[in-house]
Design a protein around this ligand. Structure first.
Ligand code: GLN
Length: 290
């Protein structure tokens, strides 16, 4: 079997399994096995694959046909131009979440050594991108999952920001409370926001991701209530909150924010035109930690 035959094989198996982009995924998986770039496959299409390579490739194609996401198979995902290590147990970073990072970076660009809190950090992609692109930012990233902590610190080290990204294990604000951490310039989160009864309709790949990273409770808003009502206590006066939201959640999340004296609400749409990020500042004088 050479490269082209390998791709043809992979494409066919994945197509039959109902995978959305069978050729692309076969290419990504084969280049992963060969330790090559995707374009390299087409520079040497007749290259004969070694027996060992064929064996590994077929096994990974088999995995992919059981609808395990490509990123879990290759163990990596690009986000905000950086490559992150991912594995089962953490949510795979999504392109739309880059808008969250961009908004935070805009808000801290003129602050010296800004303090940022990220809740529900998962792989750490958001926290680490912030620390990487704002060289004096100090980021505290929390998550209830132990795997998230492990993956976040691996990624922080990979990108050389492990001295400015600290992982805190616990439920939302609880570890911040416990350690007396407050006075943040920004709090950012991409919490679980899918309504529980919609989880069963998700694509098979998303169902392989941790349910605890997706399930936002009966109306999908459980985490926003818990994050927003306590946020003023941990923010500086005029501090910001930047949240990723699900489809049709803008109005309700806005009303939670207004209820806690947040103002200057800004909505950012994603590549698909959906309102995806909501940002606001705490009314001056309401930072309860100062
Ligand atoms: N954007 C993810 C999805 O649609 C959901 C992530 C989340 O719940 N925060 O699968």
């Amino acid at each position: 079997m050479n490269v082209v035959e390998g791709l043809r094989y992979g494409r066919k198996v994945l197509l039959e399994a109902g995978v959305e982009n069978p050729l692309l995924d076969a290419e990504v998986i084969l280049s992963h096995v060969l330790g090559a770039r995707r374009m390299d496959l087409y520079l040497e299409p007749q290259r004969e694959l070694k027996e060992e390579e064929i064996k590994t490739y077929k096994a990974l194609i088999e995995k992919r046909s059981s609808r395990i996401p490509v990123a879990y198979i290759t163990g990596k995902k690009e986000f905000f131009t950086l490559e992150f290590f991912v594995k089962e147990g953490v949510l795979i970073p999504r392109p739309e979440t880059e808008f969250l990072v961009e908004e935070v970076l805009n808000r801290i660009s003129n602050i010296k050594t800004p303090k940022v809190a990220e809740l529900c950090c998962g792989s750490g992609a958001v926290a680490i991108s912030i620390a990487f692109f704002k060289k004096d930012a100090i980021v505290y990233a929390s998550d209830i999952s132990e795997i998230a902590g492990e993956v976040t610190m691996l990624n922080a080290t990979k990108h050389g920001v492990e001295d400015r990204v600290r992982f805190l294990r616990g439920d939302l604000w609880q570890p911040f409370e416990k350690e007396g951490l407050k006075g943040f310039d920004v709090v950012v989160a991409n919490p679980p926001y899918i309504p529980s009864n919609e989880l069963e309709n998700l694509p098979p790949e998303v169902k392989k991701e941790p349910r605890e990273a997706l399930d936002g409770g009966p109306d999908g808003l459980d985490f926003y209530r818990r994050i927003i009502t306590r946020a003023p206590k941990f923010l500086k006066s005029r501090g910001s909150i930047v949240l990723e939201i699900g489809n049709d959640q803008r109005e309700r999340v806005c009303s939670f924010l207004k209820g806690e004296c947040f103002e200057d609400i800004r909505i950012i749409k994603d590549y698909g035109g959906f309102e995806r990020v909501i940002a606001a500042s705490l009314h001056a004088g309401d930072g309860k930690s100062e």
